[in-house]
Design a protein around this ligand. Sequence first.
Ligand code: IPE
Ligand code: IPE
Ligand code: MG
Length: 247
Amino acid sequence: MGIFSTNKETVDISGIKLPEHVGIIMDGNGRWAKKRGLPRTAGHKQGAETFRKIARYCSDIGIKHLTMYAFSTENWTRPVQEVETLMRYFKDYLEEALRDFADDTIALRFLGDISRFSPELQELMIKNETLSASHEGMILNLAMNYGGRDELVHAFKEMAKKIQSGELAPNDINEKLVSDYLYTKGQPDPDLIIRPSGEHRTSNFLLWQSAYSEYYIDDVLWPDYTPDHLNRALIEYSKRSRRFGGV
Ligand code: IPE
Ligand code: IPE
Ligand code: MG
């Protein structure tokens, strides 16, 4: 257990088979705040703390790839003040990660079209990605301005450009090649996708990559999510029979 671990876990996961890649749709911040009579932004503040704790916990227990859905291509439609507050929390986290990167083993990556963020945020993202690239612990993918459909459109455009320039032939296109044009290039597909807050939908998360992912829905709202909630999902995952269309 790392020094940041809460060490309060009561659900024992020792000896179970862990997923290599876990995806989490961090949902329920707004409802968490509403239940307390607080503004939605208070939920995002608490949600950001939960994100730090769960990312650290995943790294501590040996998860190799963690993808956290932080901001979707559709989330820009929210009120300006809410979006601005989220951007501030992203900035706080990225500055903190940069400050601490030398002591860390986590490699940060960003999934999504980051050109839509402010120049300041983009710079923080690129610096974090570059400086942590050699870290050999967990790869932490932050899906920001991410949409599964947008990712595929981006991939199709890139492939079309290569076809136009003669570098690629239509017959070269296969599933492996498409995967190589996605933001997750080189990483395994998610084995387990967790959605807290009780919603049973993907909301545009890793559409291509989740073809055979195991889903786990939890009713707890993201700000209240703890390592034990994750442990329960991991135990259930370890008992599932994955057949990938076979028998
Ligand atoms: C997730 O919580 C955070 C983001 C989508 C950025 P929500 O803000 O969606 O919270 P609910 O779903 O409204 O409760
Ligand atoms: C999905 O949650 C996006 C993130 C968690 C970043 P949303 O709250 O945006 O999804 P919907 O609107 O409930 O489908
Ligand atoms: Mg939501």
